[in-house]
Design a protein around this ligand. Structure first.
Ligand code: ATP
Length: 250
């Protein structure tokens, strides 16, 4: 059965020794959607991504990816099913050039993903040249990754994820520590990727959220969904203002 929902989360609870980091959380998003998730510190945003990627197992509830329950599926298998995660700190090979970093994931995919797990064939995968163009690093292709700015490293890692043709891309605070210009570049990259991927982005930087939130924003608070809506709607929601320490979110 096909589903237009890429992700459905039902009554999800994560209990860490009596503390509910996620508490009866319900969430769903459509295929092709770019969803931004915000929430104060400790709201459960990272734990939410940890459950989707299989790093943390639900205490209660279930997670459906493309209609399939992925509870108890090991982390590596979830990645192979088509969920890619970008962590806050870039994880690129610093001594390799930009091109070599991309080459590595493209070749790894050819030998492992497509053969073993029936991921897209090599011909369907993006080539290194296409990826370099997508992430805007053609001019720096032969530079060692260690010489890239933080924002460029973020873009390179996003490119390495995209090389694996994920159906759902999870991005944890991609604007953290970036200059305004780099933030805008990463935002533009996510918006262009959103044309062909489903994306969940977790973010604290409200300027960045405004740039990329072209659809719905979900606000987490104390492990549950507090509200959802357009950026304007959530920004003016009294409950959201209250959980952000009584201040309007700026
Ligand atoms: N392994 C764990 N054991 C116990 N408590 C945990 C564990 N992991 C997370 N928590 C707690 O669960 C709550 C949610 O944490 P989480 O990191 O998901 O929040 P967050 O919204 O990502 O926060 P931040 O914005 O500060 O990164 C926090 O109170 C945290 O201390």
């Amino acid at each position: 059965m096909t589903t237009s929902k890429i992700l459905e989360i039902e009554n999800l609870t994560i209990n860490f020794d009596g503390f509910k980091a996620l508490n009866n959380l319900n969430f769903s998003m459509d295929t092709g959607e770019l969803r931004v998730i915000i929430g104060p510190n400790g709201a459960g945003k990272t734990t939410f991504l940890d459950v989707i990627t299989g790093k943390v197992q639900p205490t209660e509830g279930r997670v459906l990816f493309k209609g399939k329950n992925i509870k108890k599926t090991p982390e590596y298998q979830i990645a192979c099913l088509g969920i890619g995660r970008k962590f806050q700190t870039p994880r690129v090979y610093l001594n390799l050039t930009v091109r070599e970093n991309l080459d590595l994931v493209c070749n790894r995919n050819k030998s492992v993903f497509s053969t073993l797990f029936n991921r897209p064939a090599a011909t369907e995968m993006r080539t290194v040249a296409e990826l370099l163009e997508t992430i805007g690093l053609e001019a720096k292709a032969d530079l060692a990754a260690t010489l890239l700015s933080h924002g460029e490293k973020q873009r390179l890692e996003i490119g390495m994820l995209v090389a694996q043709s994920p159906d759902l891309l999870l991005v944890d605070e991609p604007a953290a520590g970036l200059t305004d210009e780099e933030t805008e570049n990463v935002g533009a990259l996510l918006l262009s990727l959103a044309e062909s991927h489903s994306i969940i982005a977790i973010e604290h930087d409200m300027e960045f959220v405004r740039q990329i939130a072209n659809n719905k924003v979900t606000v987490l608070h104390q492990g549950s969904v507090l509200c959802e809506g357009t950026m304007d709607q959530v920004q003016n929601d009294p409950r959201v203002i209250e959980v952000y320490l009584g201040q309007p979110i700026t």
